[in-house]
Design a protein around this ligand. Structure first.
Ligand code: NAD
Ligand code: MG
Length: 384
């Protein structure tokens, strides 16, 4: 079997580094063709020295000289800037692009990769939140598969293998509930940055960790699931499951539910996506029911976690509203990470941005770009 040549967009992040672990464990199956990073140029250089890709992109071009001096002598091509991401994903030798970068920045390179017919291992959920209809239509047009990496969507995808003839009645996305699951509204009002960053089950990048604390992450995932699996909003249910063992479920017309279970470890869904349709042997720690005698479930509380309510409303409204919400959320989370606003300000800013934005029912690519930029400006004006 030929080795699968992988491009990792965002190789220095939480998903990117875990993907490199998987590739390192499976040198007969995978080869790194491209690595990209936003600004962590030192780690990018180290990764490139180790994995010897054909090319790297450092998006922040302040660091270009550094990266060039380190990697050019090794015969590794070095590019800089955002446009370089759009171009590099089209490289003929790439078999699969893992989108492990964070936020709206994933949209453009994902579309370009799809247009070049590349298989996508999709971690960057914001791409589907912002422009799911366009992304799925592009994938269909160019016959390019999208394999989810997000653990819940990987679970659903795995449950659907072999069910091509059976319509889905509903899906149930599980949510850990985050660090504030049992906290009162008063306590959440006072939540510090460190408390919000302290996720009970997963160690992830800072943006998705805050999204998990506000439950925006589950709202983004509901929208992601709607597009990936071609569902109506009413077919997407959410249940809080604090142990994060059941990664999600699918319900069928006969009343059957299928679930995928395992210990919370992102390397599993990453390697499933990279290896699909084959399951790759792994010596990861095995799940034991006796270690988890209680698996609990509860309804999400939309009053204490208004971001989830907002996201579900935007999923219903559709059009450019998820794009507007996503932009406002990116700005607000960034402000919270920089300790400029409080935890509960995040949803206030998103809500104010949405109320002041105009609705477009059938946006095209340019509309998404403009909606995103306008929403960012508006959200920022509520902060500074
Ligand atoms: P991270 O912050 O740890 O890493 C982000 C990566 O993207 C870094 O390599 C960074 O250099 C790059 N990057 C950041 N901004 C960029 C920009 N503007 N342009 C180009 N590159 C940029 O993030 P992460 O936790 O690895 O998450 C990546 C994506 O995967 C997110 O969309 C997240 O929601 C999703 N996801 C993450 C996890 C997880 O366990 N970390 C689980 C499920 C889904
Ligand atoms: Mg997830």
């Amino acid at each position: 079997m030929n080795k699968k040549k992988i491009a990792i967009l965002g190789s220095t992040g939480s998903i990117g580094t875990q993907a490199l672990d998987v590739i390192e464990q499976n040198p007969d199956l995978f080869e790194v063709e491209v690595l990209t990073a936003n600004s962590q140029f030192e780690l990018l250089i180290q990764q490139a020295i180790k994995f010897k890709p054909n090319a790297v992109v450092i998006v922040n071009d302040d660091h270009y000289d550094h990266v060039y001096e380190a990697l050019d002598p090794l015969g590794i091509k070095v590019y800089a800037g955002r446009k370089a991401l759009d171009q590099i994903v089209q490289m003929g030798s790439i078999d699969m692009v893992l989108t492990a970068l964070v936020g709206f920045a994933g949209l453009s390179p994902t579309l370009e990769a799809l247009k070049a017919g590349k298989a996508i291992a999709l971690a960057n959920k914001e791409t589907l939140v912002v422009a799911g209809e366009l992304v799925m239509a592009t994938a269909k047009k160019y016959n390019a598969p999208i394999i989810p990496v997000d653990s819940e969507h990987s679970a659903i995808f795995q449950c659907l293998v072999g069910e091509e003839h059976n319509p889905v009645e509903k899906i149930i996305l599980t949510a850990s509930g985050g660090p504030f699951r049992t906290k009162s509204l008063e306590e959440i009002e006072k939540a510090s940055l460190n408390e919000a960053l302290n996720h009970p089950n997963w160690s992830m990048g800072s943006k998705v960790t805050i999204d998990s604390a506000t439950l925006m992450n589950k709202g983004l995932e509901a929208i992601e699931a709607k597009w990936l699996f071609g569902l109506k909003p009413e077919q997407v249910e959410i249940i809080v499951h604090p142990q994060s063992i059941i990664h999600s479920l699918v319900g069928f017309a006969d009343g059957s539910l299928k679930a995928q279970l395992g210990l919370p470890d992102m390397r599993l869904p990453i390697q499933y996506a990279l290896g699909f349709p084959y399951r790759i042997p792994s010596n990861s720690k095995r799940f034991s029911f006796t270690d988890f005698p209680n698996l609990n479930f509860e309804q999400p509380d939309l009053d204490r976690f208004p971001n989830l309510r907002i996201a579900l409303e935007c999923m219903q409204k559709a059009g450019n509203m998820p794009c507007v919400m996503n932009a406002a959320n990116e700005v607000a989370v960034d402000a919270f990470l920089n300790e400029k606003i409080s935890f509960t300000d995040i949803s206030r800013i998103i809500e104010k941005t949405i109320v002041n934005s105009s609705f477009l029912s059938t946006p095209d690519y340019q509309d998404y770009i403009e909606s995103d930029q306008e929403a960012r400006n508006r959200a920022s004006s509520f902060i500074y």
